[in-house]
Ligand binder design. Sequence first.
Ligand code: PLP
Length: 394
Amino acid sequence: MATVRSATRARETFLPFAPPMVGEEEIQEVAETLRSPWISTGPKTQRFELEFGRYLGAPGALALNSCTAALHTALVTLKIGPGDEVITTPITFAASVNVIEHVGARPVLVDVEPDTLNLDPVKVEAAITPRARAILPVHFAGHPVDLDPILEIAHQHGLAVVEDAAHAFPARYRGRPIGSGSNPTAFSFYATKNLTTGEGGMLTGEPEFLNRARIVSMHGMSRDAWRRYDKGGSWRYEVLLPGFKYNMSDIQASLGLCQLRRIDDFQRRRREVVAQYQQAFSGHDALEVPIERPDVEHAWHLYVLRLRPDVLRIDRDRVIEELRVRNIGTSVHFIPVHLHPYVRDKYGYRPNAFPVAYSNYLRMLSLPLYPKLTDRDVADVIRAVLDVVEAHRR
Ligand SMILES: *Cc1c(COP(=O)(O)O)cnc(C)c1O
């Protein structure tokens, strides 16, 4: 009955979990590209690579059609394959692990730190075998992983570090922007991410590495395809390896160029929303709020709230349902990778193989967090969350 009574006070329209922030500027820029003589990988993609790389202070940037493509391209370019192991986290989207499977290597999952839910460097070191070739950390929710110990372990053991920065644009670790280092770092411009091109991704790293990655990502062709059709370009090319078709189009890059000009405003609004959530939920005995360590700048891609099961009579799934009834969209990031049938059955993982990841998965939910949220929307979310936890306290 509590549900019905409270639902009458709920907002009248459903608040979606993560709609994109696409405005007239983006529409104009895309239209301009569509009216131009070139709509695939071309001048706008090149400009987006330059401007994105400059924004981060990255040594170089390669625009691709997804973060998954960027991660896969990085592993192929590093020649990681059968017999190799790549150490990564269970608290991520399936793509981070799928790409390791795509190259025929073995994903070695290790547990996360209880505060950030990011890879635990101590557990990474303990998992290194002679077959280890790379570490693939994920900056979960936009909070940078503890990068220096991981880079140090990698250096000592001769391993590559490929960062999954799908959530971490823009974020900083000890003053350095994520993606400004020399190791390959993959960003996502999927529809829900902080900067979107509908679908898209970027791989940052050293120019010499990216030159090889560009060939891997473009059919294995020895020169940029778009130059083939340029005046002064040549029709001649060579295929050096069986590459992939991972290039970004100028239509996507138009969106990216606009979004890049607006990203600082987006981030400012994200931080305002986070501040309101933190103020409302900090110190509540049924809730654990996300943290931001003093040596990082969080990208606040996700606001992941954790419930305290000892204080509540209902579980996470029921809380999500109660919020839905109150017209608040939420999600869960992530179902840990080792619970998915493919990985679970192939490697024989039990749910509690990673106790920190598993126990936190059971009590986490992500609240709406995007620049479009009005103060009224944020107040609605806060009221709904507090209403649900108060109604179902033990
Ligand atoms: C979104 C996401 C990806 C995949 O990004 P795409 O651009 O959709 O390929 C990879 N890793 C994480 C952690 C993500 O959230």
